[in-house]
Design a protein around this ligand. Structure first.
Ligand SMILES: [Zn+2]
Length: 348
């Protein structure tokens, strides 16, 4: 997710059942130390959302409204009414973003797929104490200096710079998932067997008017990925933000394409809890509980990670096993982690 307002705005042989049992730290309750994989973390500068970013609601009770006679700064309803119960302040320095993110990762034993600012990532990796799976944000618009060519990505991958191609930001650029401009990237990810994650879902309210003129909500539909899946059957891809809120499209595509996974990032902490739980329950009830992966989409509000986890832990319709699948086991399978990796995570 990126929006101005969200400131407001070799196949793994281990299954969920035979993953090693965790060893609890003597200083924390066992449940607090079971490992969690966050498939959607970002290394961002504190100024990523502009100066003086507002606190974040986790969750929102009411979605922002815009008076279009006014500009973004004065017109967007930053003053969400009613105000959120416990606003999460934005970090104010780059150092604070990183330090507080890692503090929560350490506290909750989180291993995170972290993508973001290429100038920050080496520092984050050095400070991560082995908790980081390196991602690569992808933009492809020709006029964007952050865009990367397939050749550049091949070189970065060859140099071991990243393990997951994501977050693919095409929706913000007005590029549908099955657009010919993305095709060489899908082909490359399939050829090199790189797991890939593409943003398909909510960004920030008002994105098409404030910062991402190409953003279209219609590109959230999982149907947009269908031809890509057919063209690249070995592609390991997950829909970031689970194509929210287009549940019927997602269910149809997850049924026809049983290799497809999703993450539930950002919607798990921004959406009103009942709306998020209804979406998650619909996926669970439809039989897709083994392809849903936890993600937070932490950007500059490290305090949102724990509310995102709580949205899973407190879901009354999830069994303890379903919670563990979402928080860890499904991602371990998708990433094809080794038995050794999993044992290590349980001992961290
Ligand atoms: Zn996103």
């Amino acid at each position: 997710m990126k929006g101005i307002l969200y400131g407001l705005v070799a196949a793994l042989s281990l299954s969920a059942c035979d993953a090693p049992q965790p060893t609890a730290s003597p200083t924390a309750p066992a449940a607090a130390r079971l490992p969690i994989i966050d498939m959607h973390l970002h290394a961002r500068r504190a100024g990523y959302m502009g100066p003086s970013p507002p606190p974040m609601c986790a969750p929102f009770a009411v979605m922002p409204r815009w008076d279009s006679s006014k500009g973004a700064e004065e017109g967007m309803a930053f003053e969400v009414m009613p105000p959120c119960a416990s606003p999460i302040p934005a970090a104010t320095t780059d150092e604070q973003v990183m330090r507080e993110t890692f503090a929560i990762m350490e506290k909750r034993n989180i291993i995170g797929m972290i993508s973001g600012d290429p100038d920050l990532l080496p520092t984050w990796k050095a400070q991560s104490a082995g908790r980081m799976i390196a991602g690569l944000d992808l933009r492809i618009a020709k006029d964007d200096p952050r865009s990367l060519t397939p050749d550049a990505i091949r070189k970065l991958h060859g140099a071991g710079a990243f393990q997951v191609l994501g977050e693919i930001m095409a929706q913000y650029e007005g590029i549908p998932p099955d657009d010919p401009r993305l095709e060489p990237y899908w082909a490359l990810a399939e050829e090199l067997d790189i797991p890939a994650g593409i943003h398909m879902g909510s960004g920030g309210p008002g994105d098409p008017y404030f910062g991402s003129p190409g953003y279209r909500a219609s590109n959230s539909s999982a149907f947009g990925l269908e031809d890509v899946l057919v063209r690249h059957p070995k592609l390991r891809v997950y829909v970031m933000h689970a194509g929210y809120p287009l549940i019927d499209d997602l269910r149809a595509v997850m049924f026809a394409h049983p290799q497809l996974y999703v993450d539930i990032s950002s919607i798990d902490y921004t959406e009103p809890r009942e709306a998020f739980h209804a979406y998650l329950k619909a996926l669970i009830d439809a039989g897709y509980g083994d392809r849903i992966m936890f993600g937070s989409d932490q950007m500059i509000w490290p305090g949102i990670i724990e509310p995102a986890i709580q949205a899973i832990e407190e879901a009354p319709f999830l069994s303890p096993e379903q919670k563990r699948n979402i928080l860890y086991n499904n991602a371990a399978r998708f990433l094809r982690l080794s038995k050794e990796d999993i044992a290590h995570h349980n001992a961290m």
